[in-house]
Ligand binder design. Structure first.
Ligand code: BDR
Ligand code: CA
Length: 314
């Protein structure tokens, strides 16, 4: 299995992505870093430790990452979406384990040396830790096999402004630096993550599962399902972070994913946080732009939910 580092702001859908990765034989989760987003970085790390303990994976190192974005200060979480504690206000059994002594940036850099050329990176929160790691060591991308990012919106509206998606909007400066660096990036934007939903019947299956972790995930999803009523007209949820994880692992395959230049708007105007993807080639039937490094996923070949459940329920 390929060594994989996960950077996240755990988070309801982050929890699903973590659980999915733990259930994926294609990869070996060798470390998790936290970053402020859905909750503060320290609470995110505590949530990750608790979930790992439930999954019987107390061996995976968890490091606390950046609390504040590169410019400015952390604006606080989104209690009406992810709960005040990030996991839908469910009190998970405490792991009793402390985060690693090293920071998330130190963990990522260390793993990139230990698994040079093989390490896969999945980022499903704001990109602050990755930007700080790049600043500390600009050669990092040479040692990373590929990077999959949940973030942005290509042709889809934003979810925190008319044009900006939350992970990018939390730290546009970091996203701009990460997407400008020389690694093999797959961007999984709202265009696909808003089209792959988990339904109440799926949540019920999680609640009734015979594993230690899955029923807790069903519980954690309850508040997140409420939040999505305003968007979809029924209790359900988007599957942002697990979709990025599944694409990284190969469990879901992109069918339309041109390699195009992506520029992040980090100005202070109304476009702040927008991911400007040059998709003009789609008109001509030649969507790839020569030399572009970022693959922007615009469509996938199969729905995520059945595949996700198959892995989470076993
Ligand atoms: C992204 O923002 C967070 O709220 C989710 O965990 C996901 O990573 C979706 O915009
Ligand atoms: Ca997230």
């Amino acid at each position: 299995p390929a060594p994989l580092y996960l950077d996240c702001d755990t988070g309801v859908d982050d929890s699903l992505a973590l659980a999915y990765l733990l259930a994926s034989p294609e990869i070996d989760l060798v470390g998790v870093g936290s970053v402020s987003g859905n909750v503060g970085a320290r609470q995110g790390a505590v949530n990750t430790l608790d979930l790992l303990a439930l999954a019987g994976r107390g061996d995976v190192p968890v490091a606390v990452g950046a609390h504040d974005p590169l410019a400015g200060e952390y604006g606080g979480g989104v209690p009406h979406v992810h709960g005040a504690n990030g996991v839908g206000d469910v009190v998970l059994p405490p792991s009793g384990r402390a985060p690693a002594e090293e920071s998330a940036v130190e963990l990522l850099l260390r793993l990139s040396h230990e698994h040079a050329g093989r390490l896969r990176v999945v980022a499903v929160g704001p990109l602050t830790n990755l930007a700080l790691a790049l600043r500390a060591d600009p050669t990092l991308p040479e040692r990373v096999r590929d990077l999959t990012v949940m973030g942005g919106a290509a042709l889809h509206p934003g979810n925190v402004s008319p044009v900006a998606e939350a992970n990018i909007a939390c730290d546009p400066e970091a996203a701009a630096e990460v997407l400008a660096a020389d690694w093999d990036v797959t961007l999984v934007p709202l265009d696909v993550t808003m089209a792959d939903l988990l339904e109440e019947t799926d949540r019920k299956a999680l609640l009734e599962a015979g594993t230690a972790l899955a029923p807790w995930l069903g519980d954690v999803l309850d508040l997140y399902f409420d939040f999505h009523v305003a968007t979809f007209g029924r209790r359900c949820s988007a599957l942002h972070d697990p979709l990025a994880a599944a694409i990284a692992v190969g469990g879901v395959r992109p069918t339309v994913a041109p390699r195009v230049p992506v520029v992040v708007d980090d100005t202070r105007g109304p476009g702040r946080g927008q991911t400007l993807c040059d998709l003009r080639g789609l008109y001509a039937g030649h969507p790839d732009v020569p030399g572009a490094r970022t693959r922007v996923v615009l469509a996938t070949g199969s729905p995520l939910a059945p595949h996700l459940l198959e892995r989470l329920l076993r």
